[in-house]
Design a protein around this ligand. Sequence first.
Ligand code: ADP
Length: 394
Amino acid sequence: RVDDRAQMLYWSGHLLDEIERLPLSRPQTSNRGEMHWVQSERGLWAMTRWDDGYYIFGLDLAAILIDLKGDARTQVPLNAELQMFLLGPGEAFPESYLDDRVLMPWLSDWSVVAVIRDPQAMAREQSRNRLQRILIIAFAIMVMVVGAIFSTRLISRELDVARMKTDFAANVSHELRSPITQIRLKAESLLFGLADTPEELDAHYQVILRESERLSRLVDNVLDYSAIDRGSKQYVLRPGDLADTVHRAVDNIQTSYEVREMDVEVNVPFDLPVVHHDADAITQCLINLISNAAKYSSATGSRWIGVLGRVVEGGVEIAVSDRGIGIAADDIKRIFEPFYRSRDANARRQKGTGIGLTITRYIMDAHGGSISVQSRPGKGSTFTLRFPLQPPGQ
Ligand code: ADP
C-alpha cells in the first residue's frame, strides 16, 4: 500500500503546499540519498532527493490502521493511537513494533514501522473489547435460551389445556351415558317385573335414585360452568344466616347416595355473624366439596367428613375436611383450573369432570372471599371457604 500511496500523492500539487508547511527537520542520510520526514496528525510525510528529482511520500495513518485491523494476528483496536517511524539504513526496529513495510522497492534500506503509542492502553482496550464481545454473546445466548424455555412452556401449556378439554368432553359424555344407561336398565327391569323380592326392588330404586342425583349434579355443574365461561353467571348476595345455609346444604347432600354411607361431623355454631351470600351458590360449593370428600375417601376406607365453621379476623370460615387420598403438591397448584384432574391413579379411578372446584372458586371470588386447600397425600384434605364480613364492594 506504500507504493499506491506514493503513486497517488506524487505530483499532487496541493499536498506540496502541506509539505511546505511541515517542519521537515530530521534529515537522515543513507548511502542512497537523504531522507527528510515528519509525522503529522494525518500521517507520515517523507521526502527524498533521487537521481532525477525530489520524491514525496505520504502515509495515511487511518488507512494503515484499517489495514492492520484486518490482520487478525495484530487485532489493533480502531481507535488505538499509532506512531509511525521511518527507519533508515542500519537503524534498529523499536521493541514492540506492529508492522513494517519497505518504503519503496528502489529504497529497500528504508522501512516504515508502525508502533502503538501506548501498548498498555491498547492491551486494556483489547481486554475490554473481548469482555464486551463475551457479554454480548452470553446475553444473546441467554435471550435465546429464555425464549426457547418460554415458548416450550407456552406450547406444552396449550397442549395441556387442549388435552384437558378433550378429556372433559369424553368425561362428560361418559358421565352422562353411564347413569342414563343404568336408569334405563333398572326402569326396564321394574317395568317387566324382573325384580321379585322387596330387596331386589329396593336395590333397583336405589340405583335409579343414585344415578339421577349424579346426573342432575353433573348437569348443574356443566350448565354453571358454561354460564361462568360466557361471563353471564350472576349471583344475588343477600345478608343471611350462613350457618343455616351450611346446615341445610349438609342435610341435603347427606341424603344423597354418595354421602349417605359417610359420617359427616358438622361443627358450625348457629350464632355465626351475618354474611352476604347467595344461598343456592354456597349450597352448590358445599355439595361439590362434600361429595369430593366422599369420592376421594373411598380408596382409603375412611368414612369421616368434617364440616367446621368459625369466626376469624374480618370474616367467617367454613372448612370441609376428609381423611381420604389427599392431593400431591404439584396437583394442589392446579386443581382449581378448569378441567384439571389429578394425575394420581386413585383419584383417576373416581368419575369426574374437573370443573367442580373451578366453579367453587368462581363463586367464592364473586362473594369477595376465597377458597384454599391444605392436604397431605395419603392423610386427607381440608378445603376452606373464607367469607368477608363486609359484602364485596363496600
Ligand atoms: P372432579 O372431582 O370432577 O375431577 P374437581 O374440580 O371437583 O373435579 O376436583 C379437581 C381435582 O381435585 C380432582 O380431580 C381431584 O384430583 C382433586 N380433589 C378435589 N377434592 C379432593 C379431595 N377432597 N381429596 C383428594 N383430591 C381431591
